[in-house]
Write a protein that binds this ligand. Structure first.
Ligand SMILES: Nc1nc2c(ncn2[C@@H]2O[C@H](COP(=O)(O)OP(=O)(O)OP(=O)(O)O)[C@@H](O)[C@H]2O)c(=O)[nH]1
Ligand SMILES: [Mg+2]
Length: 357
């Protein structure tokens, strides 16, 4: 999974990026900053437990790649803006970092307007989409003769443009799978799943309040945007302390989980992703799939041979293992099951694929 950290300039994207990835990219005003890329393992206490039980040679966590995309205005012209837009376009999920702390520029204080910033960035994404749609529509219309299929395509594109003209992001436009095909894989920005990460200072975090909070909540609810609260600067500093010290400082802030924990959990929920596990003496591993994935498709995630030669899946659930303490006890309790290719994999299933090629 690839997550794009986006948002207006100086909202704390790079600070958050450093917190998430453990890297140390320069923060502060830097108009020439490049896109930063880093990754992090998806924290999973269940996998920790499985690792302690099996003591395998290798433990493989799911990973998330983060792209920190500098905050230029979307309607800025030029090669750089185009390149940054492409970065935004390639993300599976956007996390908009929104400033709620008091900013400063040249010694002057800049009061936070998180609601306005949230809307403003959304508008910039819509403007970029509008531009792309208009160009495509223009190109089709300039052809001497328009085929029937192209007519249908045109209708879809115009419907999308209409939504944007009414200031509705493309995420609100419902398309059938046939209509989707007309888009030929073109990715639009305002249809991407989005999470808002409101970047607070310590006082706001402990008061659980910040300016425009209610407007942010109402806007997020209207467009189905999950909101998380972060305190990027302080959390980043805490993340660099020893594990023993970390706990106390986090508790002082009223946080029980790291920023990565909170973001990863919200991202999985928002995208409808779940994890299943494979276990053994050699390797204990977490696999990320979409909710609703069948056993056979899940097998394909591990190896295409397993999908092709799929026979059965041996399945038990992490919670059963956790409760009973050993695979032998799970088996004794009759909780070890054989499932066919159409079985819908559940979050926390531990699976062994039987296959034949
Ligand atoms: N008080 C406070 N300051 C923060 C917080 N997060 C970031 N900052 C400060 O805000 C400034 C901008 O942070 P960056 O992480 O560089 O912001 P950015 O969004 O990457 O900025 P651009 O890349 O220029 O768009 C820096 O001086 C940070 O120290 C925070 O949670 N609280
Ligand atoms: Mg930055």
């Amino acid at each position: 999974m690839q997550i794009g950290l986006v948002g207006l300039p100086q909202s704390g994207k790079t600070t958050f990026f450093n917190l998430l990835t453990g890297l140390d990219q320069p923060t502060g005003f830097n108009p020439a900053a490049e896109v930063h890329t880093g990754s992090a393992v998806v924290p999973d206490k269940r996998l920790d437990f499985l690792a302690s039980l099996y003591k395998p040679r290798k433990v493989v966590y799911a990973r998330i790649t983060f792209n920190d995309i500098p905050g230029v205005r979307m309607n800025e012209s030029g090669a750089r803006a185009a390149q940054l837009l492409d970065e935004v376009r390639s993300a599976d999920l956007l996390v908009q970092v929104v400033r709620a702390f008091n900013g400063s520029a040249g010694g002057a204080s800049i009061p936070p307007t998180p609601y306005r910033d949230l809307v403003e960035y959304g508008t910039e994404l819509m403007l970029a989409d509008m531009d792309a749609l208009e160009k495509r529509i223009e190109r089709i219309k300039s052809r001497p003769k328009v085929k029937k299929e192209t007519q249908e395509q045109l209708a879809v594109l115009e419907r999308m443009l209409q939504a944007l003209e009414q200031e509705q992001p493309l995420s609100t436009v419902k398309l059938s799978s046939e209509e989707q095909e007309h888009l030929a894989g073109q990715a639009f920005l305002s249809e991407k799943p989005l999470i808002a990460a409101i970047n607070l200072d310590e006082k706001q975090l402990s008061a659980k309040d910040y300016p425009q909070r209610e407007q942010v909540a109402a806007y997020a609810a209207q467009y189905g945007i999950p909101v998380i609260e972060i305190c990027a600067q302080v959390e980043m500093e805490i993340s660099r302390l020893s594990p023993e010290e970390r706990g106390d400082f986090m508790a002082d802030l009223g946080l029980s989980e790291s920023g990565l924990d909170r973001l990863a959990r919200t991202a999985y929920e928002h995208l409808g992703l779940i994890s299943f596990f494979t276990v053994g003496d050699d390797e204990v591993r977490a696999w990320t799939i979409r909710r609703g994935t069948t056993a056979r498709q899940a097998a394909g995630k591990i190896h295409s041979d397993m999908e092709r030669g799929f026979i059965r899946a041996e399945v038990f659930h992490f919670d059963q293992l956790h409760r009973l303490g050993s695979v032998a006890k799970v088996r004794e309790a009759g909780l070890f099951r054989l499932e066919g290719k159409d079985y819908i994999v559940k979050d926390g299933d531990i699976i062994n694929i039987r296959f034949n090629i």
